[in-house]
Design a protein around this ligand. Structure first.
Ligand code: DX5
Ligand code: ZN
Length: 224
């Protein structure tokens, strides 16, 4: 069995009680905090910035914070998130003029780096920067909103990404974001993912512990 990680997306949390929500989901067994940053420019929605990431750290959150930047241009905000306590910083290739440089910039700031691929974005460029990437994130919805349906055609792309990572021999995580639920997480894992973002599937349920246990029970049944 792969070393799975579940990363609840705060996008579906109650923002009026964000610290408590994050504490609750971590106490319920979540591994990471997925932190969606939207700019109403690259994506049609607006969320939170480094101040909120820093506030979670000051609140006492010690779990990895997985910052998913949907911000264009991306470079200027990278050091701010590093200073705010981000663990991973991932960005979309469309938001950087110099992808290799942005990846290096994230590592130079002391964070782990990641590239995010929209449903229609090709994985082609990935092979040239594999050695600068700690995580590949495949979007399985179009970015901007929680609660959308998983695009099933992405399972083949996930297998392709798994192949590229395995062939590289590098310890790169493969994360999936969008529409991950109890009823599809097993299939997604079987296609090669090891890290699962889930927003509405967790935060829109009354008992986070029961929901996380149900997600893990599905992962325990993964074949291959
Ligand atoms: C979408 C975000 C996701 C979103 C996932 O742009 O990147 O992280 O919160 O939400 P669900 O799990 O509800 O599809
Ligand atoms: Zn996300």
């Amino acid at each position: 069995m792969r070393d799975y990680r579940i990363a609840p997306s705060i996008l579906s949390a109650n923002f009026a009680r964000l610290g408590e929500e994050v504490d609750a989901v971590l106490a319920a067994g979540a591994d990471w905090v997925h932190f969606d940053v939207m700019d109403n420019h690259y994506v049609p929605n607006l969320t939170v910035g480094p101040i909120v990431c820093e506030a979670l750290r000051k609140h006492g959150v010690t779990a990895p914070i997985d910052v998913h930047l949907m911000v264009k241009p991306v470079d200027r905000i990278i050091p701010d998130f590093a200073a705010a306590g981000a663990t991973y910083i991932t960005f979309h290739p469309e938001t950087s003029d110099h992808i290799d440089r942005s990846l290096q910039h994230i590592r130079d700031c002391g964070c782990r780096s990641g590239l995010v691929f929209n449903p229609a974005t090709s994985l082609d460029g990935l092979r040239y920067v594999m050695d600068k990437v700690d995580m590949v994130l495949l979007m399985t919805v179009n970015p901007g909103f929680g609660g959308q349906s998983f695009i099933n055609g992405m399972l083949n792309k996930l297998r392709e990404a798994r192949r590229l990572i395995d062939e590289s021999g590098l310890p790169i995580r493969l994360e999936v974001d969008g529409g991950v639920k109890i009823d599809n997480i097993q299939r997604i894992a079987e296609a090669g993912a090891d890290t699962f973002v889930a927003g509405s599937a967790i935060f829109n349920t009354p008992d986070y512990r029961a929901t996380l246990a149900a997600l893990r029970a599905e992962l325990a049944q993964v074949n291959g």
